[in-house]
Design a protein around this ligand. Structure first.
Ligand SMILES: [Cu+2]
Length: 344
C-alpha cells in the first residue's frame, strides 16, 4: 500500500485554514446534534462535554482576522449585478455594453493566504453581468495580462462570438457581440489553453439572462462555488463561495424571516468533479440552469458538476442562523461554509 506524504494541503488543513477549518468542523458537529439527540446538560458535564448550545457561537470564532475587504468584499460581490451601459439601437433593441480587461492580480482567499490570480478587472470572480433575453450585448475585451486569454460565454450565439478563437494576445482587444438568449443562469470564463489552468487561475464570472418580464421579486444574491490550488499541486487547498474561505460564516448573510431569497448558484470549482450546496433547516426550489420558470426539484442539496448552475429559491421561516455548506465534508472543512441569519 502506498503511503502518502504530509502535504501542504494537510498543513493548511491543520494550520492556516485550520483556525477556520477546525472551527467549521466543530460547528458542523455541534449543529448536527438536535435537541433530542443531544446529551442532557448534566450528563454532558459529567462526560466533560460542553452544554447544549455551546457550539452555536463557533461560527463566529472562524479564522483569526479578515481578508482585506477593500480589495474584494464578498458581501458586496454577493449583491452586485452589473447591467452595463444601456442605450437603444435604431431598431429599438436595448444595447448593453461592458468594458472588461484581463489583468494579473494577487488575491486574498483566506486571511493571510494569497493566490496569484488571473482576473477579469482585478477581481475573482469577475463582475456579474446581467441582461434580459433579447438584449444586444457588447463586451469590449482588452488583454492587459501576460498570457493569451478569451471570454467564452455560455448561451446561444454565433460560433465566431464563442470565445475560443481568436486567442486575444497581451495588448490586444476583441469585441464579443451577440443577442442574449436563452434566459437562464449562465457563466463566462476564459477558454484559452490549457483550459484548466486559465479557469482555475480566476478568469470566470456569472452571466444572468433574465426572462422577459423578470422573475418574482426576491432578495437576490450570487454564489460562485470556487476553489484555489495555492501550491499548484493539482488539488485545491481552499474552497469557498465567492472566493474567501468562511467569509459568510464570520459575516452571516442577513435576510428577513419569510422573505423570498433567490440564490444564483454556479459551480466553477476545478479539480473536483462536483460541488454542492446544502441548506440547513430549510428546503429550496431548484431551477436547473434557470432556463425554465417551473422548478425542477424541492430539495435541500443542489449538486452541480463543473460549470453547472442552478437558481435556488427559498424562505427561512424562523428567526436565527441557518448554516449552508458543501455537503462534501472535506470542502466544507476547507472553507466552503457560511450562515444565513434570518431576522424577524
Ligand atoms: Cu485565459
Amino acid at each position: 500500500m502506498k503511503t502518502t506524504a504530509f502535504t501542504r494541503r494537510d498543513f493548511l488543513r491543520a494550520g492556516i485554514a485550520g483556525g477556520a477549518g477546525l472551527a467549521g468542523l466543530t460547528l458542523l458537529s455541534h449543529a448536527g446534534l438536535t435537541q433530542a439527540q443531544a446529551p442532557h446538560p448534566d450528563h454532558a458535564a459529567q462526560a466533560g462535554l460542553p452544554p447544549i448550545g455551546h457550539g452555536a457561537h463557533a461560527a463566529t470564532d472562524g479564522a483569526v482576522g479578515d481578508v482585506d475587504t477593500s480589495a474584494f468584499d464578498p458581501m458586496q460581490y454577493l449583491y452586485h449585478f452589473d447591467f452595463g451601459r444601456v442605450s437603444t439601437l435604431p431598431n429599438g433593441q436595448t444595447l448593453r455594453e461592458w468594458d472588461i480587461n484581463a489583468i494579473n492580480r494577487e488575491i486574498e482567499v483566506a486571511p493571510g493566504v494569497f493566490f496569484p490570480a488571473w482576473t477579469y478587472d482585478g477581481q475573482v470572480p469577475g463582475r456579474t453581468f446581467r441582461c434580459t433575453q433579447g438584449d444586444r450585448l457588447r463586451f469590449n475585451f482588452g488583454n492587459g495580462a501576460d498570457h493569451p486569454h478569451t471570454i467564452h460565454f455560455h448561451g446561444i450565439h454565433p460560433p465566431a462570438m464563442d470565445g475560443i478563437t481568436p486567442a486575444v494576445n497581451p495588448g490586444e482587444r476583441f469585441v464579443y457581440e451577440f443577442d442574449a438568449k436563452p434566459f437562464g443562469l449562465h457563466l463566462y470564463h476564459c477558454h484559452a489553453v490549457p483550459l484548466k489552468r486559465h479557469i482555475h487561475k480566476g478568469l470566470y464570472g456569472v452571466f444572468i439572462v433574465d426572462p422577459p418580464g423578470g422573475r418574482p421579486p426576491a432578495r437576490e444574491m450570487v454564489m460562485m462555488m470556487n476553489g484555489f490550488d495555492t501550491n499548484f499541486d493539482g488539488e485545491n487547498e481552499i474552497y469557498a463561495v465567492n472566493t474567501v474561505a468562511f467569509h459568510y460564516a464570520k459575516h452571516p448573510i442577513q435576510v428577513k424571516v419569510g422573505e423570498l431569497v433567490r440564490v444564483y448558484l454556479v459551480n466553477i470549482t476545478e479539480f473536483d468533479p462536483i460541488n454542492s450546496f446544502h441548506l440547513h433547516a430549510g428546503m429550496v426550489k431548484l431551477f436547473k440552469t434557470g432556463t425554465r420558470l417551473d422548478y425542477y426539484e424541492y430539495t435541500d442539496i443542489a449538486m452541480l458538476c463543473q460549470g453547472e448552475r442552478a437558481v435556488l429559491e427559498f424562505t427561512l421561516d424562523y428567526p436565527g442562523q441557518y448554516m449552508f455548506h458543501a455537503h462534501q465534508s472535506e470542502l466544507a472543512e476547507l472553507g466552503w461554509m457560511g450562515l444565513f441569519e434570518a431576522v424577524a
